[in-house]
Design a protein around this ligand. Structure first.
Ligand SMILES: [Zn+2]
Length: 139
């Protein structure tokens, strides 16, 4: 009986700690991302000064063109933005919200001409559009 009570107490404490720790984790996460961005922006061996960077342009394994842009407010934690999103932003004259999706009309993800791009205001709409097209893999 006593051990059961002890167990319960410990269990409660652990849960409470986890709950208290949650906020810290989120804060730490944000700090870590900020630090990483600074690191990539300032480190001469990484980012735009690295040999593998061709004017800050790179392709990922799926063929998407990536741009090194540490000043972009929605860049990844490695300071990278997808080129088709930048093209869409330029034509709209505003930043895309993270939920917005840019679709490649002809399915060629490296064809980032504005006439090949279509904006969807949510991931769900984009997916259902692909279901209609029966072309799920290409974006
Ligand atoms: Zn798509």
């Amino acid at each position: 009986m006593i051990t059961e009570l002890k167990k319960k107490k410990n269990h409660y404490n652990i849960n409470n700690k986890a709950r208290l720790g949650y906020k810290d984790t989120e804060e730490t996460k944000a700090k870590r991302i900020e630090a990483q961005k600074k690191y990539y922006a300032n480190n001469p061996r990484l980012g735009e000064k690295a040999a593998r960077w061709n004017g800050g342009i790179r392709r990922d394994t799926k063929g998407y063109i990536l741009i090194y842009k540490p000043e972009h407010p929605f860049c990844s934690n490695k300071c990278i933005v997808l080129q088709h999103r930048l093209v869409m932003e330029e034509s709209l004259g505003r930043y895309l919200r993270p939920k917005e999706v840019v679709h490649h009309i002809n399915g060629n993800v490296s064809d980032n001409r504005i006439e090949n791009l279509e904006l969807f205001d949510g991931i769900g709409k984009h997916i259902s559009y692909h279901f209609k097209l029966r072309r799920e893999e290409k974006c």
